[in-house]
Design a protein around this ligand. Structure first.
Ligand SMILES: C[S@@+](CC[C@H](N)C(=O)[O-])C[C@H]1O[C@@H](n2cnc3c(N)ncnc32)[C@H](O)[C@@H]1O
Length: 187
């Protein structure tokens, strides 16, 4: 795993291995971000089981229920505390989750994925160019007919739409709500 750097939401570049903002947050409480959204769970329940990448997945708010459904999940996050908690949950519940400390700006999976999930993660990259590059890179890591699931606050969704509009030849938007966008890659 490379020790890359990435801009994070509260300014400044953090190096992996150094404490990050969410370490403190995750240390203070389990399930710090609450339960997964019902719509997200419903979407995954209707899919064939596959290989999911949860980008900036934190403590596993999404990764854990998806693995409980039978999906194989890779969860990456720059918070070593969140990743440790996710690893512990995976072991204690016998879940197929590969949890890794990684910077989403530099991480590349070793295999093509069926579903990539960004749940309130993209906006954390404060540098605009890094943010756009980081996100569009992930579109290439998905299998044909794979999906990308993008969740964020309303004010952060415009960037997702702009990026997907630039890839209309290869991606179709299959579900839109003010805080959710799901797109599917052409066969
Ligand atoms: C708002 S939290 C969302 C966590 C999780 N997706 C959820 O919905 O519970 C944002 C997460 O992005 C992670 N993060 C921020 N910048 C990152 C980066 N450059 N690389 C990897 N993870 C990052 C944070 O550590 C944090 O866990």
């Amino acid at each position: 795993m490379g020790h890359g750097t990435g801009k994070i939401g509260y300014g400044g570049t953090q190096r992996l291995g150094m404490p990050v903002k969410y370490d403190e947050y995750y240390s203070a409480q389990d399930h710090a971000l609450g339960p997964a959204f019902k719509e997200v769970i419903a979407f995954f329940q209707n899919l064939e089981l596959g290989q999911v990448l949860d980008v900036g997945g934190g403590q596993g708010r999404d990764a854990i229920p998806l693995a409980q459904m039978g999906h194989r999940v890779i969860g990456i996050d720059q918070s070593s505390i969140g990743i440790e908690q996710l690893k512990n949950a995976a072991v204690s519940q016998h879940l197929n989750i590969d949890a890794k400390v990684a910077d989403l700006c530099t991480y590349s999976p070793t295999e093509q994925l069926d579903i990539i999930l960004f749940d309130r993660t993209r906006h954390m990259i404060t540098n605009t160019i890094e943010r756009e590059n980081a996100f569009s890179r992930y579109l290439h890591f998905t299998q044909p007919q794979g999906h990308i699931v993008l969740i964020d606050e309303r004010k952060n969704m415009a960037g997702f739409h702009t990026c997907m509009d630039e890839h209309v030849n290869t991606w179709s938007i299959t579900y839109v709500k003010p805080t959710i966008l799901i797109a599917t890659k052409e066969a």
